[in-house]
Design a protein around this ligand. Structure first.
Ligand code: NAP
Ligand code: G4F
Length: 369
């Protein structure tokens, strides 16, 4: 029996491992493409070890077309999921050129490789487009809402969106855009706001004393669970005809509400005092400052309110999100608590062992264990 081969770029990020796991469970052979690093971080990939050699890793950089073309020629994927990106909006202001190279020209290089190799009819292509492309267009945003990007990240993603549509129309490639609203999970990067919040809350629950430091508390996002969203990516490539789809929950919350939800997972209520950069979030029982603001974390140009209308995906793909916001934040807080607890525990064990070994007391080592 032959199974399909999927190539996933951005395999070391949040969505890559979750999509790979989803496809491997369906019987796919999955090739994960990751950029070279002297200190590779494979933490998110351990969940894939159980699939043995149906999962493999290949080096690939989105800025190198020769490398990408060779990769496609050798692996001959039935489906390509282009998830690789410089995906942090705030960082895109510091690294606009690199962001454009990877996020805009990266997908062009993949599409050109498909064309050069004559794979237009044999390889389907998914482009990770983003709700950031809507900028401050009025909510709710759907596939027919005019785009209004307002960051270097969003501008680069918009080029990628249109080049995907262009190659679909010009060369008949089965190429689809998933216009995904924010989606999170316990393996979300710690620089994104949900994970930053759940990690800080987990630390506080284990005795940490540092407050959570944030930027704009009033921006609104439509947050779903990444596990639901990777299923939607796959569904797009199983359609007879390619297309562009919004995936969103249809619920929008402020960053402030996300903070309150996360603290509620450890039994703490947050009350807000002050205004603007002087606002603080406090524990009403003790007065302890749990949250404070750093104006440096505000963006030069904020997207104020994202709220998606995913009616098309629900009708055509039969997609719908299953995991609630409250359950997702709870899962993230618990996962961060567990990681921190295990980390602290192993550090403690290590230092005790070192101490006892230095003291030369086998008896005490036995007692400690
Ligand atoms: P992520 O965690 O930031 O992962 C991005 C991945 O891209 C990482 O594996 C990263 O590798 C890789 N990458 C960066 N530059 C590269 C290069 N030059 N060559 C090869 N690989 C490179 O992002 P994510 O949250 O999983 O999101 C997946 C995709 O969906 C991204 O394109 C993102 O822009 C888009 N998206 C995300 C969301 C969301 O809410 N998560 C919403 C809409 C769209 P390293 O680990 O080596 O840096
Ligand atoms: O978590 P964020 O950094 O996500 P953002 O900017 O919405 O982008 C994410 O979602 C996009 C889809 O809409 C993706 F395309 C993109 O790749 C990425 O995955 O910030 C969310 C909100 C922003 O309004 C930000 O200003 O949280 C606000 N925020 C407040 N304090 C903060 C912080 N964001 C971060 N990262 N760090 C803070 O301290």
């Amino acid at each position: 029996m032959t199974f399909k081969t999927a190539l996933i770029t951005g395999i070391t990020g949040q969505d890559g491992p979750l999509l790979a796991e989803f496809l491997l469970e369906k019987g796919y052979r999955v090739v994960g493409a990751r950029q070279w690093s002297p200190l590779p971080d494979d933490q998110n990939l351990t969940r894939l070890e159980k699939f043995g050699d149906r999962f493999s890793l290949r080096p690939a950089d989105m800025s190198d077309s020769g490398n990408l073309t060779r990769l496609l020629a050798e692996e001959k994927p039935d489906e390509i999921y282009n998830l690789a990106a410089q995906s942090h909006v705030a960082i895109s202001y510091d690294l606009p050129e690199m962001t454009a190279d990877v996020n805009a020209l990266g997908p062009l290089r993949l599409l050109e490789a498909i064309r050069t190799l004559g794979m237009e009819k044999t390889t389907r292509f998914y482009q990770a487009s983003s709700s950031e492309m809507f900028g401050n267009a009025p909510a709710p945003q759907s596939e027919t809402t005019p785009f209004a990007p307002c960051s270097p990240y969003a501008a680069a993603k918009l080029y990628a969106y249109w080049i995907t549509v262009t190659y679909r129309n010009a060369y008949g490639i089965h190429a689809s855009n998933g216009i995904l609203f924010n989606h999170e999970s316990p393996i979300r990067g710690q620089d994104f706001v949900t994970r930053k919040i759940t990690h800080a809350v987990a630390k506080i629950s284990l005795g940490g004393t540092d407050p959570l430091v944030l930027g704009n508390l009033d921006s609104r996002r439509d947050w779903g669970h990444a596990r639901d969203y990777v299923e939607g990516m796959w569904q797009m490539l199983q359609q007879d005809t390619p297309g562009d789809y919004v995936l969103a929950t249809g619920e929008s919350r402020t960053v402030r509400a996300c903070v309150e939800q996360a603290f509620s997972c450890i039994g703490l209520r947050v009350i807000w005092r002050g205004r603007g950069p002087n606002e603080i979030g406090c524990d009403p029982r003790t007065g302890r400052v749990l949250v404070r603001i750093d104006p440096a974390l505000f963006r030069p140009n904020e997207v104020h309110a994202l709220l998606g209308d995913s009616d098309k995906a629900r009708r055509v793909l039969g997609w719908k999100p299953k995991i609630s916001f409250a359950d997702m934040i709870y899962e993230m807080v618990q996962s961060d608590r567990q990681d921190l607890f295990q980390g602290t525990e192993s550090l403690l064990t290590k230092s005790l062992e070192t101490f006892y070994q230095n003291e030369g007391s086998a008896h005490l080592i036995r007692e400690a264990s």
